[in-house]
Design a protein around this ligand. Structure first.
Ligand code: COA
Length: 152
C-alpha cells in the first residue's frame, strides 16, 4: 500500500507521554514504562517523533545518536493504522534526521520472530549483521540490523 499522505510527523515532548504509553502498550507485549519514556525524552542524544493522522497520534519512533552511529530504539504503529506506510514514513524521517546530524551508520535490534518489522527494515536497505542469542529477557533471539549511509 502507498504512503498515507495525511500523516504528519512532529517531535514529541514530555506532554506526550500518555499518548506514547498508549501506543506502546497496544503495540508491545513488554512495553517501555513511563520512566523509560521520561529518560528518552529528556536525553539530548535522543529524539522521539509522533505520527499523527487527522490530529490523532497513530505511531511513534524513538532514536538516538552517539557519535557517527545512530540507533533506532523503537518504532510502533497502532494496529488499525498499519500497512498504510506510516512505519516506513517514520523510519524515513528518523534516517533523514540522523543523516543530517552526521550519522554514518544506523543500527537496531529486532526479534527474529518479528516478521513485519524485519520486512520493513529490509525494504529500507537495512542488512542483518549478527544474531544476538537470548537478547530479549534471555529467552528470545534478536538480529542486529545495520544501514550504512553514504557521504553526499
Ligand atoms: C513494524 C511496524 C512499525 C510497521 O508499521 P506499518 O505502518 O504497518 O509499516 P508500513 O505500512 O510502512 O510497511 C512498510 C513495509 O514493511 C513490511 N511490512 C509491514 N508489515 C508487514 C507484515 N505484517 N508482514 C510482512 N511485511 C510487513 C512491508 O514490506 C511493507 O511494505 P508494503 O506494505 O508495501 O508491502 C508495525 O507492524 C508495528 O507497530 N508493529 C508492532 C511494534 C513493533 O514490532 N515494532 C518494531 C520493533 S522495535
Amino acid at each position: 500500500m502507498s504512503s498515507d499522505v495525511s500523516v504528519v510527523v512532529r517531535p514529541a515532548s514530555l506532554d506526550d507521554i500518555d499518548v506514547l504509553l498508549r501506543i506502546e502498550r497496544e503495540c508491545f507485549e513488554h512495553p517501555y514504562d513511563r520512566s523509560i519514556f521520561e529518560s528518552i525524552l529528556c536525553a539530548s542524544s535522543c529524539q522521539v517523533l509522533l505520527a499523527e493522522l487527522f490530529g490523532s497520534a497513530v505511531g511513534y519512533i524513538a532514536f538516538n545518536k552517539q557519535g557517527r552511529v545512530g540507533t533506532i530504539l523503537s518504532v510502533a504503529v497502532l494496529e488499525r493504522f498499519r500497512r498504510r506506510g506510516v512505519g516506513r514514513y517514520l523510519m524515513r524521517q528518523a534516517i533523514s534526521r540522523l543523516r543530517e546530524a552526521g550519522v554514518r551508520r544506523i543500527v537496531l535490534q529486532v526479534s527474529v520472530k518479528n516478521v513485519a518489522a524485519r520486512r520493513l527494515y529490509e525494504s529500507m536497505g537495512f542488512r542483518a549483521e549478527m544474531l544476538l542469542r537470548g537478547y530479549y529477557r534471555g529467552e528470545e533471539d534478536a538480529i542486529l540490523y545495520s544501514l550504512h549511509l553514504p557521504i553526499h
